[in-house]
Design a binder for this molecule. Structure first.
Ligand code: C2O
Length: 342
């Protein structure tokens, strides 16, 4: 059977997903009964731009939207804090699986990773758009798979911006990201780092992901234990960026370096937009090969989120297969690693 959405009224205290230690935070959203979500027919497409290519006007708009989100009351499910807590609640054992009180619900390290985060960004983006009255607003993506995008997008480094966050690795603010980062710097030159990044991208997008589960992650069904296995991109570049950005001065490498706090850094959503873009690119690269699991336990797995009207909605994996149907597209940019067959 498919994983069911959590019962919000049974949300409990979270714990560190790495160490199991309890965390002294409350990340439970207000409890409500969900309604089934109907994907609206997209009338205008939202355009998600590469973060290093955006205009001044876009930056001002984005900055404004995040600022408005941060100024909503903490108990408003659309507020920045509540949005950040979505990640904590779904990823740090705050929820049990419905019907299995001894099993945590966990959306990482399984085939739920891509669909869950796609929905998460979807509502985050719609809330931002509604706060600035712009139904075409699209999140930027951190284009870390392309040389010009391999440093922090500058807009996130401006101390006066709502996009700024103090808890980041200060040694990494202007260097080239290492997509193989696992916690310590290894002294590669910038040129070597770029070549190594291409190599990693090629392996995790082409060479090592022939089976759907190689890319998407392993099956996770009702009654199953957490963490059956991550797909290559989740395990690889996705986690590398989390660790690379997280602040080693903080106990748990906050913010980006730990599930419970990752959503508190605005760059989280920009990073995940690129992760989401990789899902689209990989599906496109499949050509005539099957792109999606044809398994009811995947297609009917569901989650709950608050939408831009602060309504709790129930959403299904089967509605995430096409970003166009969900009403957004990515800026087309070069994909330099595609021909970097090592
Ligand atoms: Cu839910 Cu990048 O993690």
């Amino acid at each position: 059977a498919p994983i069911q959405p959590p019962n919000l009224s049974k949300c409990g205290p979270p714990s560190d997903a790495n160490t199991g230690e309890s965390l002294n935070v409350n990340c439970c959203p207000p409890a409500n009964q969900p309604v089934d979500y109907q994907l609206p027919k997209p009338t205008v497409m939202r355009f998600r731009p590469a973060a290093h290519l955006v205009t001044k006007e876009y930056i001002a708009k984005y900055n404004k939207a995040i600022q408005l989100m941060k100024s909503l009351k903490d108990d408003d499910p659309r507020s920045f804090m509540q949005q950040a807590n979505v990640h904590c609640a779904y990823c740090n054992g705050a929820y049990d699986q419905v019907g299995f009180d001894d099993l945590d619900l966990q959306v990482h390290n399984s085939w739920l990773f891509f669909p869950f985060h796609r929905w998460y960004l979807y509502f985050f983006e719609r809330i931002l758009g509604s706060l600035i009255g712009d139904p075409t607003f699209g999140l930027p993506f951190w284009n870390w798979d392309s040389p010009k995008g391999m440093t922090f997008p500058p807009m996130f480094l401006d101390q006066n911006s709502s996009l700024f966050n103090a808890k980041r690795n200060q040694d990494h603010l202007t260097s080239i990201v290492d997509l193989g980062y696992n916690g310590s710097d290894d002294g590669k030159s910038p040129l070597q780092t770029v070549a190594n990044n291409f190599n990693i991208m090629y392996n995790e997008m082409v060479r090592n992901v022939k089976l759907i589960e190689d890319f998407m992650g392993q099956p996770y069904r009702a009654g199953g234990a957490v963490n059956p296995g991550a797909g290559a991109p989740e395990r690889g570049t996705h986690t590398a960026i989390h660790l690379y950005v997280g602040d080693p001065r903080e106990t748990r490498r906050e913010d980006l370096g730990n599930f419970y706090s990752a959503g508190r850094d605005p760059i989280f959503y920009c990073h995940h937009a690129n992760v989401d873009r990789m899902w689209k690119i990989w599906r496109d690269l499949r050509g005539s090969k099957p792109k999606d699991f044809n398994d009811k336990d995947w297609l009917n797995a569901s989650f709950v989120f608050y939408d831009e009207n602060a309504q709790l909605v129930r959403v299904k994996v089967s509605d995430t297969l096409s970003n166009e149907r969900m009403g957004y597209v990515y800026q087309q940019v070069d994909i330099p690693w595609l021909n970097f067959r090592p």
